[in-house]
Design a protein around this ligand. Structure first.
Ligand code: FAD
Length: 385
């Protein structure tokens, strides 16, 4: 009698920038003997590269979100709409709210990161974290409504001067200035501040990119406060470590990246900051049946900044290694680039390109970014289901 091939259950946790490619690849070339499940908190998963463009009103919501329901159907995956809250790598199961434990043979984790827990007095209550992005976008709609009804000074304080913070503040300013003009809000005075604990803005970029943005921020009358930490956030102000208190109608939090506590509480090997330690095959160093990619991952041999670019790049090698692991084949190592291209938008349809020690800027750079971003999104919207 012919024996049935053993079915392996591959669970993809999180619909991040790498897993969308895994789903696409598994849909295009299904792996025999694999049952696929996707656990995702958001059914519409955001593509972060286009988020500032959404805020600036260059894009619509659907331009920069991938429909995981559709993608899961294409991949033949069961979609479980839930937020994982625990992991037991010894029993090989995930804990989801109000459901029995979900058992896996192979698990891949691509759940991103969030700004670190806001343990600064008042920050959790009065600052708006950029992630989860869906919650940020809901609040942003409320901010726009509030702004349209406002009179007097409207002060925006962005905490975090990495590419995400700088880009987002410029997008917010661009949008609010447009709202002011469009609705004739003559009584509103917009005032923007950028605050960073680092001694300089854009610490992961070269001096020429920094100087372009310093110039631009000055031109746009955005006040920059570097080398100062936030010590307190109140309903209508923010206090810095140099003693300065800035009145604020909106405080946005885009500082660094943190991992959920339940991961570090599991027996999976994680870094001190709670990110999953991986070998160059994107496989957990402690549990070979667990893989990871994107912000939540830390490849011990090749540490890289937390960035959507790396999460996207890890998609194809992750898909290939999950396929190999399911079929019992040898895994292949993935070595990420040392230098990478970043395209940072500046509010209007203009962007700065940064790579290594090189930079260039212009409207065409924005069109280049727009072309790359839309091409990435088309890979998922043009699949037939
Ligand atoms: C304003 C801003 C702009 C940025 N712009 C850029 C840029 O232009 N270029 C760039 O390279 N990087 C950019 N970044 C960085 C980028 O956002 C991250 O590096 C990137 O999103 C990480 O991708 P990821 O796939 O790891 O996770 P994410 O894109 O965060 O995806 C994780 C997914 O997992 C889901 N999830 C999370 N937790 C759970 C759970 N417990 N259970 C189930 N599902 C879960 C979420 O719903 C989400 O869909 C920007 C960041 C910000 C804040």
């Amino acid at each position: 009698m012919p024996t049935q091939p053993a079915v392996k259950h591959l669970v993809l946790l999180g619909g991040g920038h790498s897993h969308v490619t895994v789903l696409r690849e598994f849909g295009l070339r299904p792996v025999p003997g694999v049952r696929l499940s996707l656990v995702a908190r958001d059914i519409q998963t955001p593509y972060s590269g286009m988020l500032p463009g959404l805020i600036a009103d260059h894009y619509r919501y659907e331009d920069c979100h991938i429909d995981l329901d559709r993608l899961a159907r294409f991949a033949g995956a069961t979609l479980i709409h839930a937020e994982a809250e625990g992991l037991d790598p010894e029993q090989r199961c995930l804990h989801l709210p109000n459901q029995p434990p979900l058992h896996y043979d192979l698990l891949s984790i691509n759940i991103g990161s969030r700004p670190p827990t806001l343990n600064i007095p008042g920050a959790a209550d009065y600052a708006l974290p950029v992630k989860p992005i869906d919650e940020f976008l809901r609040h942003w709609d409320a901010v726009l409504t509030r702004f349209r009804r406002h009179s007097g000074p409207f002060r925006v304080v962005m905490t975090g001067a990495g590419a995400g913070g700088v880009e987002l503040l410029l997008a917010i300013q661009h949008r609010l200035r447009y709202e002011q003009q469009y609705h004739g809000l003559r009584d509103v005075k917009l005032d923007c501040h950028l605050v960073s604990a680092t001694p300089m803005i854009l610490p992961d970029h070269n001096a020429s990119v920094r100087s372009r943005f310093e110039h631009l921020l000055h031109q746009r009358t955005i006040q920059v406060h570097t080398g100062v930490a936030v010590t307190q956030v109140a309903p209508d102000s923010i206090t810095l470590s140099d003693g300065l208190t800035l009145p604020a109608e909106l405080v946005v939090w885009v500082t660094g990246a943190a991992a959920p506590e339940w991961l570090a509480a599991s027996s999976l090997a994680t870094t001190d900051a709670g990110f999953i330690q991986l070998n160059p095959c994107l496989q957990s160093v402690s549990h070979p049946e667990v893989f990871a990619a994107g912000d939540i991952a830390h490849v011990v041999a090749y540490p890289r900044p937390k960035s959507g670019v790396f999460a996207v790049r890890q998609g194809p090698p992750l898909a290939a290694n999950l396929r190999r692991a399911a079929l019992g084949h040898a895994l292949r190592e993935f070595r990420p680039q040392q230098q990478f291209l970043s395209l940072i938008s500046t509010g209007e349809r203009h962007a700065v390109a940064s790579r290594g020690q090189w930079s260039i800027a212009g409207a065409w750079t924005w069109r280049w970014k727009d072309y790359i971003d839309r091409a990435f999104m088309r890979r998922f919207s043009e699949l037939s289901t």
